[in-house]
Design a protein around this ligand. Structure first.
Ligand code: SAM
Length: 290
């Protein structure tokens, strides 16, 4: 008998956003014109008592409104970042690092080249919950998956290298759904640490967004904690932020990325809308020495 997954306390507070993203991935996966298929997303939600988390079921109109504002951003970014990671892995990055992975099931749902190692970093109880749910459903990883239980505010580079990450080899990094939740100095520290651990030919993929009146008021309808979640992230444009540290970035506006996959511009990121913010998707390559 597999054990009932224990829902961690980390998923009750700010970490609950991991379940919000899972809910949007589950919704996208059920569309006939889906941009990706994440068959595991709904299992995470089903393992959580709706009374425990506002995300476990679309409980209130406020939650539904916020999710509706974020839905296209999550759909478009997931497809974009899937492609970026697979391209990097196929191009020779045998190590993939998913920072603050939450309920990201890429280690189970993507067709990784043989020999790929995927490191998943998050709080220990979040990883334990995720593993229990996936075990229960008989999921098996399509790569060599390594859990790294850590707190990203602490010495995670050490935890990662102790788990087998080799900074002498190129890696594909993912910072999805986390930059805007960091104060600027924490975002800088995160990128500095990624850069220090990146061998030439590494790749970094991320999403970022500028907050907006639309998103703020939607979050306020849910909880004050969620309003405070947005801490801004990097203060300069992603291009400059990445270039300054030696990366060669390619930054795409989420509105363009949505148009490229024939999706409407997400209203919270529509430059034509006065109350909207902006959203970006980026890949950056760490050049090989000449
Ligand atoms: C919005 S979710 C993003 C999850 C995932 N990247 C995705 O897009 O589905 C944020 C995740 O960050 C994790 N997290 C927040 N603060 C953290 C910290 N200090 N150390 C490790 N993980 C953290 C939470 O547990 C949660 O899983």
């Amino acid at each position: 008998m597999t054990q009932e997954p224990t829902v961690p306390t980390s998923l009750a507070g700010i970490g609950a956003t991991a379940l919000g993203v899972a809910l949007l991935r589950a919704q996208e996966s059920s569309r006939p014109d889906r941009l990706f298929d994440d068959p595991y997303a709904r299992h995470f939600l089903q393992a959580v008592d709706p009374a425990f988390s506002p995300w476990a079921a679309v409980a209130s109109p406020a939650t539904a409104r916020f999710l509706q504002l974020m839905a296209e951003q999550v759909a478009v970014r997931t497809q974009f970042l899937d492609r970026a990671l697979l391209d990097a892995a196929e191009g020779g990055c045998e190590q993939v690092v998913l920072l603050a992975c939450g309920m990201d099931a890429r280690a189970f749902r993507l067709a990784w080249p043989p020999g790929t190692k995927v490191f998943e970093l998050d709080f220990a109880d979040v990883l334990a919950f995720k593993a229990a749910v996936l075990d229960r459903h008989g999921a098996s990883a399509t790569c060599h998956r390594v859990e790294v239980a850590t707190d990203l505010r602490h010495d995670w580079p050490r935890a990662l290298t102790e788990a087998g990450f080799n900074p002498e080899r190129p890696a594909a990094w993912l910072a999805e759904g986390i930059l805007y939740a960091l104060p600027p100095e924490a975002a800088d520290l995160l990128l500095d640490r990624i850069t220090t651990l990146s061998a030439p030919a590494s790749m970094l993929a991320l999403d970022h967004m500028k907050d907006s009146e639309l998103l703020r008021s939607a979050r306020a309808g849910i909880s004050a904690e969620l309003v405070g979640l947005w801490r801004g992230g990097p203060t300069e444009h992603l291009d400059a932020w990445l270039t300054r540290r030696g990366w060669q970035p390619a930054v795409t506006d989420i509105a363009e990325a949505a148009a490229a996959c024939e999706r409407p511009i997400p209203p919270a990121f529509d430059p034509a809308h006065a109350a909207a913010g902006r959203g970006w998707l980026a890949t950056a390559h760490f050049p090989k020495p000449r």
